[in-house]
Design a protein around this ligand. Structure first.
Ligand SMILES: Nc1nc2c(c(=O)[nH]1)N[C@H]1C(S)=C(S)[C@@H](COP(=O)(O)O)O[C@H]1N2
Ligand SMILES: [Mo]
Length: 323
């Protein structure tokens, strides 16, 4: 039988859902039988199994993906937690709004415009953007500026490898990302909670850092609308709002972009917004966080635990000032 190695699986190799489901079903039943035989079904299952993805979510299987040394081994949040407790103000400001009010959103077909200081600008169909790259699983901590966190098994591609294809010129110093503007499908955009569309940005060296990914899925499946389908940024050492969802434009610019949250409240949400337990938000402490699903709060880590990989990017910068 073909065993799922962690190979160079590409977007175009995605297994049709029916095949995938029946194969998984087979594996599950086969191993369940073996374990029952050993009289250890519950114990072994609890200790080793990842939480299951419920059937019928509409998220399509992406098949096996390459593992990454950047992944944390911390306990994963469940699929239900990751898809049921969200910030996506385009669909409303309550944590349950994105799951409830995003059913009308159509993430396909999807085109991403690449423009600005690059030798290869253009409009990219999503599949053509993703296809040349190997899908990787990146299990990352996500720390929201509000003081909660999760561990999410993203599937994505390194943004740096994508950017390389566009050939930025020497004038490109920052990258600006823009979310789709579709008030008919996104009820939150009919209210002026933020200045739509949502815009975020990174310095070019942050954008090409190996930890930065463009995610197309989680838990082995395509993203649901509430998580930023079909394509969103994930920057794990920064507060969650930097990880912009449902991206339709990537622009290479010389100046630091004006971002939605820094425009809405400049004293609370800076451009850099690196996770920093020593710099409090004006209205609350950032020293601790509540991992969704846990009761006690835990200490927040510098750069969300990614200091070894990213601290050098900010050498000589005043981390308080650049909050
Ligand atoms: N376009 C857009 N992107 C967004 C947001 C948003 O409201 N709109 N919320 C951000 C915030 S505050 C967080 S914490 C993360 C949450 O991602 P998740 O819902 O997939 O966990 O998305 C970020 N990306
Ligand atoms: Mo957030």
């Amino acid at each position: 039988m073909l065993i799922l190695r962690a190979p160079a699986l590409r977007w175009s190799d995605v297994t049709p859902e029916a095949v995938y489901l029946s194969r998984r079903d087979f594996i599950r039943r086969a191993s369940a039988g073996a374990l029952v035989g050993a009289g250890a079904l519950m114990a072994a299952g609890r200790a080793t199994a990842r939480p299951q993805v419920p059937a019928g979510t509409g998220a399509e299987p992406l098949g096996p993906v390459a593992k990454s040394p950047f992944s944390t081994t911390e306990r994963l949040n469940s699929f239900e937690e990751i898809t049921g407790y969200n910030n996506f103000y385009e669909f409303g400001t309550e944590k349950t709004d994105p799951a409830r009010y995003s059913a009308r959103f159509r993430p396909r077909p999807w085109t991403v415009r690449v423009e600005g200081h690059v030798k290869k600008p253009g409009d990219w169909a999503l599949d053509d953007l993703i296809k040349p790259h190997r899908l990787e699983e990146r299990i990352y901590r996500l720390r929201c500026v509000e003081g909660w966190s999760m561990v999410i098994p993203w599937i994505g591609i390194p943004l740096g490898e994508v950017i390389e294809r566009f050939e930025p010129t020497s004038r490109a110093k920052f990258v600006e990302f823009t979310t789709v503007y579709r008030p008919t499908e996104m009820p939150g955009q009919r209210r002026s909670v933020l200045d739509w569309p949502y815009v975020e940005g990174l310095r070019l060296d942050e954008a090409v850092h190996p930890l930065t990914v463009l995610a197309v899925g989680l838990y082995g499946r395509t993203l649901l609308n509430q998580n930023g389908a079909p394509l969103r940024l994930v920057v794990p050492w920064k507060y969650g709002f930097k990880s912009i969802k449902s991206i339709v434009r990537i622009r290479f610019v010389e100046r630091q972009p004006a971002t939605s949250w820094s425009l809405a409240s400049p004293h609370e949400y800076g451009f850099y917004s690196n996770v920093n337990p020593e710099v409090d938000h004006p209205r609350w402490s950032q020293a601790r966080e509540r991992r969704i699903g846990e009761f006690f709060r835990r200490p927040t880590l510098m750069f969300n635990g990614y200091a070894d990989q990213v601290a050098h990017l900010y050498a000589g910068m005043d981390l308080r000032r650049y909050y």
